[in-house]
Design a protein around this ligand. Structure first.
Ligand SMILES: C[S@@+](CC[C@H](N)C(=O)[O-])C[C@H]1O[C@@H](n2cnc3c(N)ncnc32)[C@H](O)[C@@H]1O
Length: 197
């Protein structure tokens, strides 16, 4: 890995530090929409058993060996291929924004299903106003959801929207607006910690 790639990875995974105390060694953690697994590597370094899932097999294949207990290609918009109550924590970093309201609601219900009672859901989402990464670009098909010319949807969240999606089955513990750097460009995000009810 190049120095630049390593710096980029560090830039992207530091966000987990404030939540590390919630994770116990041995916890089973699902990294939903894991990409090439930067967060999975961090979670594994904390001693967690990690399942890294992404629908792009090419990205899953790039996760370094040993970064996760298990990796698989699957679509988080469909029923997740896990038994009820399988995970202590589910994490989705910048991966829950490609869906309509109906699909997002269904995905959150399925995350609820696969979490243990009191399990944590840790989200990082695009924030409304994130103009450097697509906010306001393309047709607005739902409030703050834009269809890009290539056809894919991109949702931008604020706290009321997060609350609306999570409140039926999660207790929202915190939301944290955060400006991060992606490829050196400022990106507006919201981190969100919730607990399964
Ligand atoms: C912006 S990247 C985020 C990657 C990583 N979680 C991070 O924070 O760096 C979004 C990831 O979500 C994945 N993704 C998009 N739609 C998905 C779906 N329906 N099911 C599973 N993964 C999906 C993409 O392949 C991509 O790897």
């Amino acid at each position: 890995m190049t120095t630049q790639a390593r710096d980029q990875q560090r830039e992207n995974t530091q966000w987990l530090e404030p939540y590390a105390h919630l994770l116990c060694p041995g916890d089973l953690v699902l990294d939903l929409g894991c990409g090439t697994g930067a967060d999975s590597i961090e979670l594994a370094a904390l001693g967690c058993r990690v399942v890294a899932l992404d629908f792009d097999p090419a990205r899953v294949a790039q996760i370094p060996a040993g970064a996760s207990t298990f990796r698989l290609a699957a679509d988080l918009a469909g029923r997740l291929p896990f038994i009820d109550g399988a995970f202590d924590t589910v994490m989705a970093s910048l991966s829950l924004h490609y869906f309509t309201s109906e699909q997002t609601t269904r995905a959150i219900q399925d995350i609820h299903r696969i979490l243990v009672p009191d399990g944590y859901l840790l989200l990082r989402v695009n924030a409304i106003g994130d103009t450097n990464f697509g906010y306001g670009q393309g047709e607005e098909v739902e409030p703050s959801v834009f269809r890009h010319p290539d056809g894919h949807l991109k949702r931008f969240f604020n706290e009321p929207m997060i609350r609306r999606f999570l409140s039926p089955c999660f207790t929202l513990l915190s939301t944290r607006p955060r400006t991060i750097l992606q490829r050196g460009i400022e990106k507006q995000t919201i981190e969100c910690l919730a607990r399964r009810r």
